[in-house]
Design a protein around this ligand. Sequence first.
Ligand code: GLN
Length: 550
Amino acid sequence: MPKYIFVTGGVVSSVGKGIVAASVGRILQARGYKVTAIKIDPYLNVDSGTMNPYAHGEVFVTDDGGETDLDIGWYERFLDITLSKRNNITTGQVYLEVITKERRGDYLGKCVQIVPHITDEIKRRIRLAAENEGVDIAIVEIGGTAGDIEGQPFLEAARQMRLEEGFENTLFIHVALVPILKATEEFKTKALQHSVNELRRIGIQPDAIVARCEKPIDKATRSKIALFGTLPESAVFCSYDVEHVYEVPLILEEQGMGVFITGRLNLSWRQPRLKEWSDIVASMKNAREEVRIAVCGKYTKLIDSYVSVREALIHAAAYAGAKAIIDWIDTEEFEAYPEKVNLLSRYDGILVPGGFGQRGVEGKINVIKYSRENGIPFLGICFGMQLSVVEYARNVCGLEGANSTEVAADTPHPVIDLLPEQRSLENLGGTMRLGAFEIIIKPGTLAYKLYNTRVTRQRHRHRYEVNPAYWDVLTRAGMVFSGMSEDGRRVEIIELPSHPYFIATQYHAEFVSKPGKPEAAYLGFIRAALNRRKNLENYSRSRNISLPLR
Ligand code: GLN
């Protein structure tokens, strides 16, 4: 029987609940407990796949093909586990299930209501996700903020679970913002107090409070939060700003979070093992060398749109003993002012991430051309891979006007085209080629050198692919297809042997990267970028010129 830890949020959203939930998991895992994490998103979309990244940040793809909330990514990175789409529960899924049952007649004779039918379905889904994995502890993060209309049925379900599972098997952690007034340097707890009252109004008394604050809270603030929260001071924690989010488990453990939770849930005392984790954190903080990466995409105004890409770069850089300095560049810039693309020479590596639609595409193609022609290490992901093929077709194979049919339906050379099985689809939700598939790597290629294996399993999310009608033209012109789908029908990895490091993948390698366990294509990219940096430094030293400044 798993125990349940519910994590709620207060005052504002995006307060870092996901990181706290993941950190609590890590702290318990460090004591040898088997942990899973579940994210509840109180929106009506069945999954996050139909939302643009500006609406809700990155769409994280699970191994079993779920298009999920980006917090699932944080859980996987912190806990080094593979989660299922079942771990992300939305209002849309819950209502869809209940209404489908109602139409089928499963509730015949009854009036179908939020309590108990919706709340029962919520509890069923939470338990299903936890029990399926046979864990000791399931962490359930309830998205949004206490007091939101949308979140009420989920909080009600959690309240009922306290009764059904028992006091020793359930724990409520409330994470709320504590702002600091600049003028007086004071920690202000009133909003936090109100958010605790919102929880109590529906019958939840938190067992612990995590104050999310720029700086560590002082003793007086901790006592005040404890007093108003009706908690001992030992149940009040602070998650303050740190350089790397991976430090959060360490700072919470230091404040006694592990002792508090295991005591409260009546778990046996075990020595925590966080050495390996703190070594990884140290490798991030102590890295001396810098590696400058330009990520050229279109959702650059909200960094959460590419959170897994950023983290994969950070993991790889730390592993290689470096710090990744990442600039997010909107490729539309390169459409209005194509000569600006020369500014990219100051970077050690260029990455074009996944994406959809027309905006910024010609700019991305300019960027790819620049990296290819100037020997700058390049990594293309999904759309970035498809556009690398478009660029090569146009500028090397001489196929004028080549394009993806996603961008130009009437292109004379559809080098990227819809996957055959996508042609007859009617619905857009959950219908891309999704989830993990095996990729067969060709020996003797750069990909083989990186992965050092013939088979890798990687996650996908796409509708288009390299058109088989153009395989011949592309490969004859020097492009190598170094990874193919298991059935040999799909191109998964392309590379250019004439270039120091030009590799692009149809899959999203970033989704499997973990701190301390970087993904091979990302690690290769960072290493190639570091090499370029060293060569440039040597070159500038020998000629006594200085490197261009950022
Ligand atoms: N838009 C492209 C496709 O659907 C690429 C998708 C992506 O980058 N995730 O195939």
